[in-house]
Design a protein around this ligand. Structure first.
Ligand SMILES: C[S@@+](CC[C@H](N)C(=O)[O-])C[C@H]1O[C@@H](n2cnc3c(N)ncnc32)[C@H](O)[C@@H]1O
Length: 250
């Protein structure tokens, strides 16, 4: 797991992503898909620092969040005092009651690096959904992302939040010895003070990107039927968003 989501880095994450991501737009995008499918109870996995939670709560929706990181949940709880957040792992969790929609947002699927991680996650989603339940998740498109990282060895993101300037320098290594289109992501986080960069943290994580075909096959093998596939550009990466429903065999 990336140290990006632990301790003081969770607060830096929150500060930076407020600039990268338009969470109002993000909420409208996901909520339209939820409404289209008439889903009234919602679980968001990878709920992070609770930016989408805030919008769901403001609209009085039946929402709960789930995240692996205690530090991210602590910020999410501070932001959303009346909201329920569960500390858990998407690969194995059990809700008290099944829900109509499970979202995995913000490219959190990148942390499912082995086939076993993915199969376990889809199996958990299956058991925590109502029979008419749907899943909605995004993933980084390997076919576009891998050439992008080859052509751009250093990717810089700048962010301004509460009058502080931040810079992130990312390097993605497509080490051919790694399985499954995994990448080693090294990121250096800086605060910029009077034009000078001050290092805040070095972060290292292994992440995985997917082709659309392999994701379709994972869904098929785990008894999900695709309802919709959306080609979506996010703040930095080209992603696909998939909406799928449980296939109930009698
Ligand atoms: C890139 S952040 C996205 C956060 C939020 N959705 C957003 O868009 O700001 C990825 C999140 O996934 C969480 N995560 C990673 N692996 C997880 C797992 N196995 N189970 C649950 N959450 C996980 C991390 O703790 C982190 O909060």
């Amino acid at each position: 797991m990336a140290s990006l989501y632990d301790g003081k880095m969770a607060a830096i994450y929150d500060a930076m992503y407020q600039t990268f991501v338009n969470y109002d737009e993000e909420y409208v995008f996901y909520n339209n898909l939820i409404q289209e499918n008439k889903a009234s109870t919602i679980l968001e996995i990878g709920s992070g620092t609770g930016n989408l939670a805030k919008r769901f709560q403001e609209n009085n929706q039946n929402y709960q969040g789930l995240d692996y990181s205690e530090s991210m949940i602590a910020i999410a709880k501070e932001r959303n005092k009346n909201c329920s957040f569960i500390q858990g792992d998407m690969r194995e969790f059990k809700l008290e009651n099944p829900v109509h929609a499970i979202l995995i947002t913000g490219r959190s699927t990148s942390y499912l690096i082995t086939n076993d991680d993915i199969n376990r996650t889809f199996a958990s989603l299956f058991t925590n959904l109502t029979d008419d339940g749907i899943i909605i998740f995004d993933f980084i498109d390997a076919n576009r992302f891998i050439p992008f990282t080859k052509e751009n060895p250093l990717i810089i993101h700048e962010a301004k939040y509460e009058n502080e300037n931040y810079t992130r320098e990312s390097h993605w290594d497509t080490n051919n010895s790694l399985e499954n289109f995994m990448l080693e992501w090294t990121a250096k986080y800086y605060k910029v003070v009077n034009g000078e960069k001050e290092i805040i943290e070095n972060d290292f994580s292994t992440v995985r990107v997917f082709t659309l075909n392999e994701m379709e096959l994972f869904l098929y093998l785990n008894n999900f039927e695709i309802i919709k596939t959306i080609d979506r550009k996010t703040y930095a990466y080209d992603t696909y968003v998939i909406v799928a429903r449980k296939k109930i065999t009698s």
